[in-house]
Design a protein around this ligand. Structure first.
Ligand code: ATP
Ligand code: MG
Length: 200
């Protein structure tokens, strides 16, 4: 069944395509307009703004806490009933060092606050923390998709692998070209490969 959407699309392939196209246009605009620099760094409020910006034209639930439980593989993300509590806890976690930032990112992944689009929006949220503290962002092209996913699954137990992987993918190239290529790779992780952000 296709997610209820504002576009009136009831075909999964078409929805995926439009979701990719429209949200990449918005991702591009998020950076080009400078809006990204007004977003609160490292809080659910900030993440929610990113999510709302990316998906607001597509889903009613953009920026809103999900109202269902969700699972991936055999892992169930934070149970709906504990989600608000969990987000308040994550907001307060420190984000002063690289290790703290990655731990915070892993915790936000466990929360998985939205019905859809968690991976893509949370990686932009992660970049905001890294940029603020270290003047660097992640170039997702430098990390292998399967290794990334396995490090994320492993992060439920230990974040060591994820730290190693992200440390090696950091870049101080904050140019738009570099950013947009990173966004394309982040979308590729989730199976979206039709459009190049740069070209939209
Ligand atoms: N089994 C898992 N255990 C832990 N983390 C996972 C697992 N599966 C996926 N993730 C993490 O969640 C991210 C998004 O995955 P998922 O498809 O569940 O979310 P989504 O809401 O559909 O987000 P998007 O639409 O951006 O893909 C992945 O990139 C990865 O970081
Ligand atoms: Mg998805």
């Amino acid at each position: 069944m296709v997610l209820n959407n504002k576009l009136g699309i009831d075909n999964q392939a078409e929805l995926s395509r439009e979701e990719e196209r429209l949200s990449k246009i918005k991702a591009k605009d998020l950076f080009e307009s400078g809006k990204i620099d007004t977003i609160e760094v490292g809080t659910f409020k900030g993440l929610s703004e990113i999510h709302a910006y990316l998906f607001g034209e597509i889903y009613d639930f953009a920026g809103e806490i999900r109202d269902v439980n969700i699972a991936k593989g055999d892992f169930q993300f934070a149970p709906r009933i504990y989600l608000e509590q969990s987000l308040i806890y994550i907001d307060k976690l420190p984000q002063d060092t690289f290790d703290e930032i990655i731990d915070k990112y892993a915790d936000m992944n466990v929360a998985h606050p939205f019905r859809e689009g968690n991976g893509r929006s949370t990686r932009i949220w992660l970049d905001c923390m890294l940029k603020q503290k270290l003047g660097k962002i992640v170039d997702w092209n430098k990390s292998d998709k399967d290794e990334y996913l396995s490090a994320m699954i492993r992060s439920l137990v230990s974040t060591g692998e994820l730290k190693y992987l992200i440390q090696n993918a950091l870049t101080d190239d904050l140019s738009k070209e570099s950013l947009f290529k990173g966004i394309d790779a982040s979308y590729y992780y989730e199976g979206y490969t039709e459009f190049k952000t740069e070209d939209l």
